[in-house]
Design a protein around this ligand. Structure first.
Ligand code: DX5
Ligand code: ZN
Length: 220
């Protein structure tokens, strides 16, 4: 199976969001990654359910909503009602992870938990059987355009050793240069913001990141 590419809208031109999304979709994106920040869990603020509702109307892409917020429990229903297919939240957030996970699944969306670069994979052990995805951060969350942290890559094997069989997504600093390492380490979904929306030719950038998966390209 080829790796999935999830462009992060954070680096898109918000003045022409619909054109940017279409460009990513026609350029071969598999998912669209939506970064929600509350100015509390991370020192930056982005957008919320109303914008996602608008995005849902403009694209059929699978919407992967990454909540970088302190109280996900209070908001997950609104993000699912807005049209998110997958909701991921940080295990470091203040709410009880099991409660948030249960809410997301009860509402019929897919669910992932996120770990920061300084959080061990083992922290997710009690939840792994119920998760569709684990998101391993390869930068500290808050901003696009940061440098990839290769030291997080062994967590992918740690998760598989714990028996996790779902998707493993990497987020932060992914580019055609860093993607080969991420794929070799076993990532199945790659988020990329600046390396896609920061370039003029989104199709070429998506292909360059995915093309790092050479065995798959040969196999078609
Ligand atoms: C960081 C966000 C990322 C970010 C990635 O807090 O979670 O999704 O948009 O941006 P790049 O690919 O530029 O590192
Ligand atoms: Zn993200």
């Amino acid at each position: 199976m080829s790796v999935k590419i999830a462009p992060s809208l954070l680096s898109a031109d918000f003045a022409k969001l619909s054109a940017e999304i279409t460009d990513a979709e026609l350029g071969g994106a598999d998912w669209l990654h939506l970064d929600v920040m509350d100015g509390h869990f991370v020192p930056n603020i982005t957008f919320g359910p109303p914008l996602i509702k608008t995005i849902r109307k403009t694209t059929k892409l699978y919407l992967d909503t990454h909540l970088m917020i302190s109280h996900p429990s209070q908001y997950v229903d609104a993000f699912i009602d807005a049209g998110s297919d997958m909701v991921t939240f940080h295990v470091e957030a203040e709410d009880d992870p099991k409660e948030v996970l249960t809410k997301i699944k009860a509402k019929g969306a897919q669910c992932g938990m996120v770990i920061n670069p300084d959080t061990e994979a083992s922290r997710l052990e009690p939840f792994l059987n119920d998760l569709d995805m684990v998101l391993v951060m390869s930068v500290f969350p808050g901003f696009g355009g940061q440098s990839f942290m290769p030291e997080v890559l062994p967590k992918i094997k740690d998760l598989r050793d714990l028996g996790f069989q779902g998707e493993i997504e990497l987020d932060g600093g992914i580019s055609p240069e860093t993607a080969p390492e991420a794929i070799a380490a076993g990532a199945t979904v790659l988020v990329a913001g600046s390396a896609i929306f920061g370039t003029a030719d989104r199709r070429a950038s998506i292909a360059a990141i995915r093309g790092a998966n050479k065995e798959d390209s040969v196999a078609g």
